[in-house]
Design a protein around this ligand. Structure first.
Ligand code: SF4
Ligand code: SF4
Length: 501
């Protein structure tokens, strides 16, 4: 740990020093963080003063450090214990996200497809109703009081009867289980029709799609034989939002969200991509780099890029998002919102891929169309590439308790614990960050990986560098916007049996 346990002051006024700290130079100043996530900027000469043990307990710097829990003698250990327990409360629950692969079939061929799709004729890759029933039974064994069942594929709408069956069976089971139950659908929307849409809205299924930016870019990357994938997506996003309003639902709460995958070509269009999202009525953009899974692993040579180029793109896009916020457009970037929620507040938004330990097994499970269970959807994608390292057994053959206590789930928790990662344990961003064992495995051959050579670490570090630089500059309208992004909104409107009735 780049930690220091400095003595402060001399003689009878000396204190026992600072709590363990980690430090990083940002914009000519030094960012200090402590293990429970407080942070403070000091000037280089102030750091020199700290290092020499000359800090006067009556000084402004001493008060600043004490106010942020950096002075050992001034720390309220019980209060800090409560804060850490609150931030890590996700550890008490059990898997709440359950990803169900309704089918591998898909009518689009995207250049980066993570799911390793199958042709529309491959009905053998549809989940059967019998398997779906067993999956629902298994999901309800989770100790989590909240359950989100997320339909994915392939294109899940290609097996709509199984979506309906799962919703109906789960709702019925929940009459006695009494959990907070939600459904979401990740779809390219091109197989939607009005009857399916009304069903999904009436069942309060949250709908999420993919948009890669302006039409030319989207259609080049997301190929819909005989048509324009972009036109289909735009048509249905507008139609769904219109239908929410026709049903009297608040557009602030009910609107389609979209996901972006950043390919090499997308790097040239950061501002256009942001504007395309805002034009579609989206209130959030997730500027995600391309993943090394599925078909993306094979097409990587043409769509991959240096992480430095990604970070340039990210900063330009974020500048545009902040500019729009200054003009009154409320739109946020999700990476920033996840990190800022932990940097500026005492909550963890429980985003499963950026937390310590990550959600593999203990926060989420993925169920393939044939009933095989995986630590997470990314683990399933590696299986589709021919390596079943992240498989946890087959539905019907394995009990919930065996899955939770399996060596694989334990290993994932250890590998994604930032205090067990050689580089992360020393990193200034340890209190806010997360690592992905599947990404490590796919790119570096080990679930532990080597963070100093990890492209994902480079992205996480670069984004947090930029966010802390914005906080250091302390420009009021920017800080006000960044703070607004940390509001965690309860999605009660999507909970089954609440507003749906
Ligand atoms: S292994 Fe990676 S993808 Fe899977 S839950 Fe952990 S962070 Fe997410
Ligand atoms: S993943 Fe990288 S940025 Fe995040 S804590 Fe580890 S070393 Fe730091």
């Amino acid at each position: 740990m780049s930690a220091a346990l400095f003595r402060i002051g001399t003689g009878p006024r000396a204190t026992s020093g600072l709590v363990p700290i980690r430090m990083r130079e940002i914009g000519g100043e030094v960012l200090l963080t402590n293990p429970w996530g407080d942070w403070v900027f000091v000037k280089p000469d102030e750091l020199a003063l700290l290092s020499s043990g000359q800090l006067d307990p009556a000084s402004e710097l001493f008060s600043r450090l004490a106010g942020r829990n950096f002075i050992r003698d001034k720390v309220d250990a019980a209060a800090l214990g409560d804060r850490v327990a609150r931030k890590k409360s996700f550890m008490d629950a059990g898997p709440n996200l359950h990803i169900l692969i309704a089918t591998l079939r898909c009518n689009q061929t995207c250049v980066y497809c993570h799911a390793s799709r199958a042709d529309m004729s491959a009905t053998s890759t549809d989940m059967t109703p019998e398997t779906a029933d067993k999956v629902v039974d298994f999901i309800f064994e989770s100790t989590s009081p909240r359950l989100t069942i997320e339909f994915q594929g392939g294109e899940p709408l290609a097996n709509f009867p199984v979506i309906q069956r799962v919703i109906e069976t789960a709702r019925k089971k929940n009459e006695s289980a009494g959990k907070t139950l939600e459904f979401s659908l990740v779809s390219n929307l091109s197989l939607l029709d009005d009857a399916k849409l009304d069903y999904l809205i009436d069942e309060r299924v949250q709908i999420c799609t993919s948009v890669d930016g302006p039409q030319a870019l989207h259609d080049k990357q997301r190929i819909l034989p005989g048509g324009s994938a972009h036109q289909q997506a735009v048509y249905w996003i507008k139609r769904i939002n219109e239908r929410y309003q026709q049903k009297g639902l608040d557009p602030v709460l009910y609107h389609v969200e979209a996901l972006l995958t950043t390919t090499r070509e997308a790097l040239e269009h950061p501002r256009e991509i942001v504007d395309a999202y805002v034009d579609l009525g989206c209130r959030a953009i997730f500027l995600r780099p391309v993943d090394p899974f599925g078909f993306a692993a094979q097409t990587g040579k043409t769509i991959e890029y240096e992480r430095r180029a990604f970070l340039d793109y990210y900063r330009t896009a974020l500048d545009r998002i902040l500019e729009l916020n200054r003009q009154g457009v409320q739109v946020l970037e999700r990476f920033a919102a996840i990190f800022l929620t932990k940097i500026l507040g005492d909550d963890d938004p429980n985003y499963l891929d950026i937390r310590s330990p990550c959600g593999a097994g203990i926060g989420q499970l993925a169920y393939n169309y044939d009933g095989q269970i995986f630590t997470c959807d990314e683990g399933r994608m590696v299986h589709q590439m021919g390596d079943s390292f992240f498989a946890l057994g087959n539905i019907g053959d394995v009990r919930y308790r065996e899955v939770m206590l399996s060596d694989t789930v334990r290993a994932m928790a250890v590998a994604s614990n930032l205090d067990a990662q050689p580089d992360c344990v020393n990193c200034t961003y340890n209190p806010y960050c997360g690592v992905c064992p599947v990404h490590n495995y796919a790119t570096q051959g080990s679930i532990f990986g080597r963070m100093r050579e990890s492209s994902l670490c480079a992205v996480h570090k670069g984004i947090q560098d930029h966010l802390f630089e914005l906080l250091r500059r302390n420009e009021p309208s920017t800080v006000e916007t960044l703070r607004r992004w940390t509001t965690i909104r309860e999605r009660t409107h999507f909970i089954q049996g609440s507003s749906a009735e």
